[in-house]
Design a protein around this ligand. Sequence first.
Ligand SMILES: [Zn+2]
Length: 306
Amino acid sequence: MRGSLNVQLSREPHKRADFVSTLRRARDWYRGPMPELPEVETVRRGLLPYLEGRVIERVEILDPRLVRPWAPADIVPAFAGRSVERLERRGKWLVFRLSGGMTALHHLRMTGSFAAPDQPEPSHVRMRYFIEGVQGSLRYNDPRRFGTLEVGTDTEIDALLDSKLGPEPLDDAWNGDVFHAAVHHRTAPLKAVLLDQKVVAGLGNIYVDEACFLAGVRPDLAADRLSKPRARRLVDAVKDRLIEAIAVGGSTLRDYRGVEGDAGGMQERFYAYGRAGKPCLVCGATMRGARVAGRSTSWCPHDQKS
Ligand SMILES: [Zn+2]
């Protein structure tokens, strides 16, 4: 095995208070949509033909910030000569399972994306993957530079993911009863608990508003006031909206693009997200808007009564 890496994940950058507060400030400033589960899943599927089952000849890390607090020289050797055995997704993380028991973990954060080797050179390339049998390189591009890359053993990365993430929303094991049991004692608004990655992994502002609309529940309803039947409806709505979004390649509102440069189509199918002040597509009432859980939120006062 080449390039063995002694990574101590206790130094993960995203656990550091300064990184988290910078990210929060940047998010408040940015106010744009960020990749959520369907967008990350679309990227994963786009990467499959270039990575899964192939050997990484080498990588170049052009921006040290991507791997902070590590230096590129610490991380680069871990990739060389390893094959990508499986390309997985967990929540909003891309999980590259490498040969020899190593895993690489990309988080796109606000503006991270990948460009296929035959796509034009993006303007903010932070990393290149050179793959055996593939002409050119697969580029990781990130104008705002909040994306992260970590490399560790499978065990280290799994422990990291398990410490941060609850169930996957599209797993059958995540159902209305499980969700109800997890949140029925919480007084926070539904929006906050659905955004909590430990309650359910992968949701963000877009799909939480969309799921609440489809389920007919207000995003500012306190979680402990959600009945079991409505919890089941809400979970079904989360799954429905995610499945539909994945089928159309996610939502493109600002920066997000698929690996082949393609825009998603879900933004044309929104009922709630970003529609405050506009007429409800179902009943025509004016959609309400407010900040809930610190995030801009919209709902229909007629169709989402409580
Ligand atoms: Zn309505």
